[in-house]
Design a binder for this molecule. Structure first.
Ligand code: GTP
Ligand code: MG
Length: 495
């Protein structure tokens, strides 16, 4: 069972049908607004019916405040009042959240049995009336305008294992860009996951930290390890004075460890180094790792790091020209032999450069610029790195496909990779704690949505859906990674 999230979830069920139990199994405590509990807050206890008016006033205010912030809200009442249901649906609609009704369809005898066991049972005729109304409502709920109606029967109660999603089929014949050498351990989701390290909170022992992170990534089943190529930490990740090490030196250390990880950059700006130097670095890494290198490459975008390091930052058009010519140069220097190269944009008197790479290094073009970057990726790339947002991705893929058609190439020539920046928690509670810690000044609901805050299993299922769109590799820059233990906790991302 997968319900939309975030959402407004309205429970419907007779006393003792298991509403509060179900809510507690699936949601965080703070997400559940219960009329019984609020009777206990403003009255003498959950069964203090004299406190109902005050309790429901409070409930409505809490629902309105949470839903207005786009936060998941589970309304735990009998759910039998049509006006309240309509109000909660309207609040959901106004906030752009799906409205979900969850009916606890526990049989009457079971509800009666549970009711009788309680300290303060509901009078039998009252429970009978509730059961009758729930039954009547179950038939008409579909016409009320809910985005989703879920019927929960006792059998589905607590057995988590029956809820495992069926692994998605992997698309056949796809050019898998990164981590081909791990073909034997291809995950059931059909998508490879490469861990991207973008923050380096390495304390007193940077080398030891890096070793630990890489060994943990290998142990957790990641296909590879990617690092950014920046001279100043970028504002999207951390403050400018946090360390951001040079990628090829960094990968050199990881290359010396006993792992099966594919290693590379995501992405190297062509503006930093002459193309021949990048070709040499990647070929060396490929040689030292027995064919595990990949190269992400892009036009560069951050002016500040260029200026501060005495590196020119030409116009966008010139940088894109440079991207094209750099790819040509790199390919010429990776090809066999020493002959002169005379290409569309580049002429080299010779192409002597050893060591040559020991396998076809996947060249991943980063950036979603529709007119030129995607055209360059379609013509010259082995892969194209795009946003993991399904809507954005679907659009960019349409543009990529047009460029591919014009270039006489297909998706079999150019694999699709994405960069995903999720919040991953051990459970719903932990995921939310991380959202609170990491969101800065971004409203929690927006941050949780952007980062798909959830468990590793939820992200893995999402990656399986990306595989259906044609994604072969997910670069995952998990937010807030501090230690090797954090990396080991991500094993479930890998199937
Ligand atoms: P009210 O708040 O009185 O309307 O009841 P409720 O619908 O919230 O029911 P609640 O979750 O409090 O469950 C009532 C009793 O049934 C509790 O003793 C639960 O432990 C038990 N119960 C709830 N769900 C299940 C279930 O799936 N299986 C079993 N065996 N017991 C359950
Ligand atoms: Mg309850």
């Amino acid at each position: 069972m997968t319900l939309p999230d975030p959402a407004v979830v309205v429970l419907v069920g007779a006393g003792g049908s298991g509403k509060s139990t179900w809510a507690a199994q699936h949601y965080r405590r703070a997400e559940i607004v219960s009329s019984d509990e609020l009777r206990g807050v403003v009255g003498s206890g959950p069964a203090d019916l004299d406190a109902s008016t005050d309790a429901f006033d409070l409930l409505e205010r809490i629902v309105a405040a949470r839903v207005g912030r786009g936060l998941t809200t589970v309304v735990d009442t009998l759910g039998l009042d049509p006006e309240r249901r309509e109000r909660w649906r309207a609040a959901a609609r106004a906030a752009g959240l799906p409205a979900v009704a969850v009916v606890l369809a526990t049989p009457g005898p079971e509800c009666r049995r549970r009711n009788a066991d309680r300290d303060r049972p509901v009078p039998a005729p009252v429970l009978t009336d509730q059961l009758r109304r729930v039954t009547a409502l179950t038939a008409s709920l579909a016409d009320e305008g809910w985005d989703h109606v879920e019927l929960v029967t006792p059998d589905e109660g607590g057995d988590e294992d029956t809820r495992r999603l069926v692994p998605h089929r992997s698309p056949e014949g796809r050019n898998v860009a990164v981590g081909d050498h791990t073909a034997t351990s291809r995950p059931p989701t059909g998508v490879r996951v490469v861990l991207q390290l973008s923050r380096f909170p390495w304390g007193e022992d940077p080398g030891g930290w890096l070793r630990g992170m890489a060994l943990a990534a290998d142990e957790a089943g990641f296909s590879g390890l990617a690092v950014m190529d920046h001279l100043v930490q970028i504002p999207q990740v951390d403050s400018a004075w946090q360390p951001i090490p040079e990628p090829w030196v960094t990968l050199g250390l990881v290359a010396g460890l006993d792992t099966r990880l594919a290693l590379g950059t995501l992405v190297t700006p062509v503006s930093f180094r002459p193309a021949g130097i990048t070709a040499k670095a990647a070929a060396t890494l490929d040689t030292l790792t027995g064919g595990r290198a990949f190269l992400g490459i892009g036009a560069g975008w951050w002016e500040r790091e260029h200026r501060g390091h005495g590196i020119g930052f030409p116009s966008a058009r010139e940088r894109l020209d440079l991207l094209e010519s750099s790819i040509e140069t790199i390919r010429a220097l990776w090809a066999a032999g020493t002959k002169a190269y005379d290409g569309a944009r580049v002429s080299l008197p010779e192409t002597t450069s050893y060591p040559r790479p020991v396998h076809d290094i996947p060249l991943i073009v980063g950036g979603g610029g529709e007119r030129r970057t995607l055209d360059i990726a379609a013509r010259l790339g082995d892969a194209c790195n795009l946003s993991s947002d399904p809507e954005v991705l679907t659009h960019k893929l349409r543009v990529l496909d047009r460029h591919l058609a014009a270039a006489g190439r297909t998706r079999a020539d150019v694999a699709v990779t994405v960069l995903d920046l999720p919040v991953v928690g051990r459970d719903r509670e932990d995921a939310w704690a991380r959202v609170e810690r990491l969101r800065g000044r971004t409203p929690a609901a927006a941050f949780a949505r952007r980062t798909n805050a959830g468990t590793a299993r939820q992200h893995r299922d999402r990656y399986a859906e990306l595989a259906e769109l044609g994604v072969s590799t997910v670069f995952v820059g998990v937010r807030g990674l501090e230690s090797p233990d954090d990396v080991l906790a991500l094993a479930e991302l890998n199937g």
